[in-house]
Design a binder for this molecule. Structure first.
Ligand code: ADE
Length: 466
């Protein structure tokens, strides 16, 4: 990701982001940052960039010319997403950060004084964004806040132990309180349960604390949380069939878009994936698809459904676009908490240098997907005498899959070991591991049952829009 910041105070941007985690990401070339001094583009011999406002009013306004020329020098032909940070913008959020993290390049425009001449904003800005309902003295701090929040979502920027895939804001709950040594400080003792060593009790206590804090401090978030939990209860009625929806919500990825009785739509904006289910019948499917807001439909690229009626309704509502069924099959989920045995020993995290191997041994949806998955530390390789002979991992939507083992190494349990290895990693992250198996792949279906996974009785369809 390349960030370019147009500002009158470039050193403020560079100084603010060159330390800590963003500093490390810059050093490792996971992000690039350039602060462009707007003043250098002024045509005025004294470098003036501001003037009085027409119609009167206190303060000075940044003029159109230097801002436009500074912007023009950064864009390469096509219109790069350009964010003007302003209290009059759309409110920044975790979901917005995730959306922006998908871009290859972002330009931030920082205003000062009373703002910037509207005519240049009309020409260059794609997003007006505010970081909160208060007014700061300039746009540099908001731009830095956004760059920080976006950077930590870029695969590889956080290390495993700081992982953004299992984080707070997760499930619309605030994080529970935490304690470190000493055990007693200012007469206050660390809660007994945290010293008990009983992980179940600790998890239950943390959950209780998260709920209590959220209820007290963020009743708006708590209401969302309660609705989501109610939807999860409905989905649990057919857990195997809905495991992808349940896990997507539990892992804090998607959001419930519509819900009526047993008809649910969850949308994951990162993967541009809509997930749909209904109890039965064309009426329920039609009502569900009708209720989806247009902006979600416009954004959606993939869909997973549990009923043919939904497929038909989706195709109707998206008339004009081609909706193609790419696969039909079953969900497989591993509902136990115990680790699976991994008999094949030489399994290791794939490295960026290995990306050609998975890229050439599977058909991926996007060309940069193997590299992105490797950076996310989500793909593992099996090695024989130091040579890569197979791999398996999980996609950004969370399902385990893309298992491959070279022909001459098959029927030796290496595929099972690779999948078991991924299942165990996901168990460590507190997930319920699952995957999707196309109905014609009988070997894979059998393998799931042998490994102790449960298959959904009902069918699942994957759709792609073009
Ligand atoms: N510039 C000044 N205040 C701001 C805010 N709250 N958000 C974004 N940009 C700003």
């Amino acid at each position: 990701m390349k960030f370019k910041v147009l500002t009158l105070f470039p050193e403020m941007i560079m100084d603010g982001l060159k330390t800590s985690i963003t500093g490390r990401a810059l050093e490792n070339n996971l992000i690039e940052l350039e602060a462009v001094n707007i003043r250098e583009y002024s045509l005025d011999k004294h470098g003036k960039v501001d003037d009085y406002t027409y119609g009167g009013g206190a303060g000075m306004l940044m003029q159109a010319q230097p801002v436009y020329d500074a912007w023009q020098a950064q864009v390469s032909g096509r219109k790069t997403r350009t964010i003007y940070v302003t209290p009059q913008g759309r409110l920044f959020s975790q979901a917005y950060a995730a959306e922006l993290a998908q871009e290859e390049e972002l330009i931030f425009l920082c205003g000062h004084y009373e703002g910037i001449d509207q005519r240049v904003l009309d020409e260059v800005v794609t997003d007006y964004v505010s970081i909160g309902d208060y007014v700061l003295t300039g746009g540099e701090l908001p731009a830095m806040v956004m760059i920080d929040a976006i950077s930590r979502l870029i695969p590889g920027v956080l290390h495993n132990e700081e992982s953004a895939e299992t984080e707070s804001f997760h499930r619309n709950l605030l994080e529970y309180p935490q304690y470190s040594r000493p055990e007693v400080w200012h007469g206050q003792k660390v809660p007994d349960v945290l010293l008990s060593g009983d992980h179940r009790k600790i998890a239950a206590w943390r959950m209780e604390q998260s709920e209590k804090l959220t209820r007290e401090r963020r009743p708006d978030l708590y209401a969302k949380y309660e609705r989501q939990e109610a939807v999860i209860q409905v989905l649990l009625g057919e857990k195997r069939l809905h495991i992808h929806m349940i896990e997507n919500l539990r892992r804090g990825r998607g959001e419930v878009i519509c819900w009526k009785d047993r008809a649910v739509c969850v949308y994951d904006p990162d993967c541009r994936l809509g997930m749909f289910t209904v109890a039965s019948g064309r009426d329920a499917a039609s009502q569900l698809i009708e209720a989806i807001p247009q902006n979600i439909l416009d954004d959606m690229r993939f869909a997973v459904t549990t009923d043919i009626a939904i497929n038909r309704e989706l195709a109707d509502r998206l008339s004009g676009d081609t909706i193609r069924i790419t696969s039909e099959g079953r969900m497989a989920c591993y509902t136990q908490r115990t680790f699976l045995p991994v008999k094949y020993k030489d399994i290791r995290l794939l490295q960026e240098a290995d990306q050609e191997y998975p890229a050439s041994h599977w058909e991926w949806q996007d060309a940069d997907q193997p590299a992105e998955r490797i950076r996310a530390k989500a793909f593992y390789g099996a090695y024989a005498e130091d040579r890569l002979i197979g791999f398996c991992g999980w996609l950004s939507d969370g399902r385990i899959g893309y298992l491959y083992v070279e022909e001459e190494y098959r029927r030796q349990g290496i595929g099972t070991s690779l999948e078991a290895f991924c299942i165990n990693r996901q168990l460590e992250m507190g997930f319920v591991p699952y995957g999707f198996i196309p109905k014609e792949n009988e070997v894979a279906l059998k393998m799931q049952i042998n490994m102790g996974l449960y298959l959904s009785e009902g069918c699942i369809w994957w759709l792609e829009r073009s």
